[in-house]
Design a protein. Sequence first.
Length: 366
Amino acid sequence: MSGTVGRFAPSPSGRLHLGNLACSLLAWLSAKHQGGKIVLRIEDLDAERCPRKYADQLEEDLSWLGLVWDEGGSHGGPHGPYYQSECAPVYEEAYAKLAAQGLVYPCFCSRSQLHAASAPHTSDGNVIYPGTCRDLTPEEIAEKRKHKAPAYRVRVPDENVRFVDGCMGPHTENLLRDCGDFYLRRADGVFAYQLAVVVDDARMGVTEVVRGADLLSSTARQLYLYLLLGLKAPRFAHCPLLLAPDGRRLSKRDGDQSLENLRAKYTAEEIVGRLARACSPHTGEPDYRFQLGECAQRRHLPAGKFILTKNACSLAGAGVFGSIRHVGKITGAPARGWCRCPGGSWPSRGQGPAECPSSRQCSCAA
């Protein structure tokens, strides 16, 4: 087994839907085709919104689909706890390290006040904090505490964070201009996502994070925290989101795309096979529309990413993913034969290894 460690990190506030299933599938495939493993972490920081029954159902759905994980969830493992609602002492330690560096300060601003101030927003819809409480005096802080419990933010410098994303390519964000000082802890004491995910990925040995493009803007903030805490950052790959036919982002409110409804209509093989086909990464591919009950469509992934070798899947002449050997039971929906190699093409009819332009690398010869 290689040193690659990927992860599923769902927030179980409802049943899985096709959007988060697509990210889970890509994370699973990327880790497995490198001979790595998958950790299941339950991101239930908001325990009231994410009751344990949804986490249990999520595990049952993933098992039914064949997307088995190697450690975490209710199975446990050497890097627990795997439920964020049980990790407050771990986050407290990291928070204390940041506070000791003089980087944490109380913030008394409400969400409504920030929105009313017409402050600029990040690409994920959050307000770029204008620094209202950044330089309060001890006397001002004490007075404000009489009326309201503060949240806590971390100071960011006026510096650029640069990284190369596995799907989106080179990316640069200025921490102060594009992100602003961001939350580490809510006023009710719950730790913020940005801190929790960095601490958890580091302690669980995660080396690769495959997730939706909606979280791309979080990456600079997380890399900053990795640096401050002296932790090694993983590789990141942010995949285009699966969209509804009208271009909307899928959500748990879209009942037709939930696993609860899909399981009543389709087999696990059909769901995973068609979803994998919809997420195919090759250039020149037809403009596929993934229509399980006319419920979703995808944007194309950039070329050359998540190219699966015969170590991860066997096409068996059946289509884009065929059967995934690590699962043993998943078989893609019958389709045309495709050339799977990086230099191959995607014709409107099947082609075999003999026609492949770089057959020495071609997994369609498997």
